[in-house]
Design a binder for this molecule. Structure first.
Ligand SMILES: [Zn+2]
Ligand SMILES: [Zn+2]
Length: 139
């Protein structure tokens, strides 16, 4: 594949590759890394490259089709679920779980303005020990 400008612009269109990457990402709740997603996508497109997967993930993210999860100190993960939800990550095994309801008073109010900034979003990161890791530790 050429690295020239027109080739990059062509990639913006909804290619069959991008469709498969999106389908695979939406089919799981594991919040995979690009490398994990590459392994999944390769089952359907044996000739795809890791670079292609990375590039398409960036485009899907820019187009608001997927979410990118950047936890501090952890490799970037991707989420096909763009609905409003939070994540809790296990410090033991790295498992990431969706949290849709933080309970009464759990969601911090979203200020429209902070220190003169126009707020576009916020990030809330929970971490702890998952039930599996708790069980293992207890044994
Ligand atoms: Zn765990
Ligand atoms: Zn999620």
């Amino acid at each position: 594949m050429s690295e020239s400008q027109p080739a990059e612009i062509k990639l913006r269109r909804n290619t069959p590759q991008r469709k498969i990457i999106l389908e695979e990402l939406c089919a799981v709740k594991t919040h995979p890394t690009a490398a994990e997603l590459y392994d999944m996508v390769r089952q359907r497109m044996p000739r795809v490259s890791l670079g292609t997967v990375y590039r398409n993930l960036e485009v899907l993210h820019e187009d608001g089709m997927i979410r990118k999860l950047e936890f501090s100190g952890v490799e970037t993960r991707f989420d096909g679920d763009t609905s409003d939800h939070y994540h809790v990550r296990c410090s033991g095994c790295g498992h990431i779980q969706d949290v849709y309801d933080l309970g009464p008073g759990g969601t911090p109010a979203q200020p429209t303005e902070l220190a003169g900034f126009r707020i576009e979003g916020h990030r809330l990161e929970y971490f702890g020990i998952c039930p599996d890791c708790q069980t293992q530790a207890a044994q």
